[in-house]
Design a binder for this molecule. Structure first.
Ligand SMILES: [Ca+2]
Length: 447
């Protein structure tokens, strides 16, 4: 049975099995012990100033802080985009999202609801699965709503969670009023607070697969709207009815709780790894998918989610791996979410497939030995904004106006140096134009 036949059957309600779609799995091979486990945890809309190890005085995150203390904290980690879907496309494929045509949010309402990331794209889950890993995603997908875009077709053995940009934390109804809680290829409702369910399934996955190499991807919903704590009422009710919506101080209170409950869950994940004796053979990475909205904090950074000011995409990130990553390390090199793909391949000892061209680079030598990355240009593009980065220099193009900042001296992007250093502006503009040409040539825009 091929994928299309399967989908026909599944849509017709006749099938409830997981597909076996031809990746050769080698989980039983003797090399199992040499393949470290990988746990990738991503928050949603968590800003640079939203957790205590990044300076928050309001929100307490002892478990993420412990990972940073016992591992490595990035000061210059960036999501590929200041919004959800494109960041995830880049993270999953290891390439600029412009190459897969996911340049915008795949919305619950409107025409993009019918779109999704192309199945021809190769995800880290597919590569790791071929390498004999068991792969699981619990939480937010946001790379296509229809069942034909389900994570099952992109290398994930197990999926529980939601496919939209956000669900009600209690009723699991999406922004367009649809029930959105899945188990693999089927919508199967489950009682519980979204963040706690993500943690529960993550813990369960680790326990069930403790003897195999596993890759656990935990894309959390917190602290994305709707702003709801564990005891708050649902905002979205069945039949399109509306419940009570948080306002003002209630948002502030709920936001704090949402981050802290996620942190508590991360503590349970780490505790499970430790209890099972897997700590030294498990790489744990935590990051956010874009900067905070005005309801959160981006610390000293300018701008918010949705913009290419630093606050839109410079976010917290922590790597933890006892015995491999030195405790208490701070990394100030500039890295992007798309680098995780090559890094995970390196950790797993997976070889690139023929013809595979990644934009991201392997961070492992930097994480474990403090190696310097080769100097490179980095780019962002979202809606009408563009940015290019080389070393401390950042070109920011807004409404066709070029601004230039030296981020080493001016993290808050207050002093536009475009008139002072026109030669740097010109060089970065040229690089940006060449990149745009190269990255979008012949690409079908999907979102
Ligand atoms: Ca987001």
């Amino acid at each position: 049975m091929n994928r299309r036949e399967f989908i026909k059957l599944a849509i017709g309600g006749a099938a409830a099995v997981m597909p076996n779609y031809g990746c050769s799995v080698d989980a039983s091979s003797k090399a199992t012990a040499e393949r470290p486990n990988i746990i990738l945890i991503m928050a949603d809309d968590l800003g640079y100033g939203d957790i205590s190890c990044y300076g928050s005085k309001k929100i307490r995150t002892p478990n993420i802080d412990a990972l940073a203390r016992g591992g490595l904290k990035f000061t210059d980690y960036h999501s590929n985009c200041p919004v959800c879907s494109p960041t995830r496309a880049a993270l999953l494929t290891g390439r600029y999202q412009q190459r897969s045509g996911i340049e915008g949010v795949i919305y619950a309402k409107g025409p993009t609801r019918q779109t999704g990331i192309a199945l021809e794209e190769t995800t880290f889950a597919e590569v790791l699965k071929k390498r004999g890993y068991v792969t699981g995603i619990f939480g937010k997908w946001h790379l296509g709503y229809n069942v034909e875009f389900n994570p099952a077709w992109q290398g994930f053995d197990e999926f529980t969670g939601y496919v939209s940009g956000n669900v009600d934390f209690h009723s699991h109804i999406d922004g367009a009023g649809f029930d959105d809680w899945w188990k693999n290829l089927q919508k199967i409702p489950e009682e519980g607070y979204c963040t706690d369910l993500i943690t529960k399934h993550g813990v369960d996955f680790i326990q069930r697969h403790k003897d195999k190499p596993f890759c656990l991807y935990l894309p959390h919903e917190a602290p994305h709207s709707p702003y709801q704590g564990r005891q708050d009422p649902p905002e979205r009710l069945s039949g399109g009815r509306k419940g009570k919506k948080a306002k003002g101080d209630e948002i502030t209170r709920a936001y704090k709780e949402m981050v802290e409950v996620m942190d508590e869950g991360i503590g349970r994940i780490v505790e499970t790894v430790r209890r099972l004796g897997l700590e030294r053979k498990t790489f744990i990475f935590f990051c956010s998918d874009n900067g905070a909205t005005k309801n959160g904090s981006n610390g000293a950074l300018a701008g918010y989610k949705g913009s290419l000011w630093e606050g839109g995409h410079r976010v917290p990130a922590v790597a933890y791996w006892p015995g491999r990553i030195k405790a208490g390390t701070t990394a100030n090199q500039t890295v992007l979410g798309m680098d995780l793909f090559a890094t995970m391949m390196s950790i797993a000892g997976a070889k690139p497939q023929a013809g595979m061209k990644l934009d991201g680079v392997d961070l492992l030598p930097m994480l474990t030995e403090g190696a310097r990355l080769t100097e490179r240009m980095l780019f962002w593009r979202y809606k009408k904004e563009k940015a290019a980065r080389k070393g401390p220099w950042k070109l920011l193009v807004q409404s066709n106006q070029s601004k230039l900042y030296n981020l080493d001296e001016d993290l808050s992007e207050k002093e536009n140096l475009a008139k002072v250093r026109p030669e740097i502006v010109k060089a970065l503009e040229d690089e940006l134009a060449a990149w745009e040409q190269e990255v979008s040539a012949g690409v079908e825009l999907r979102a």
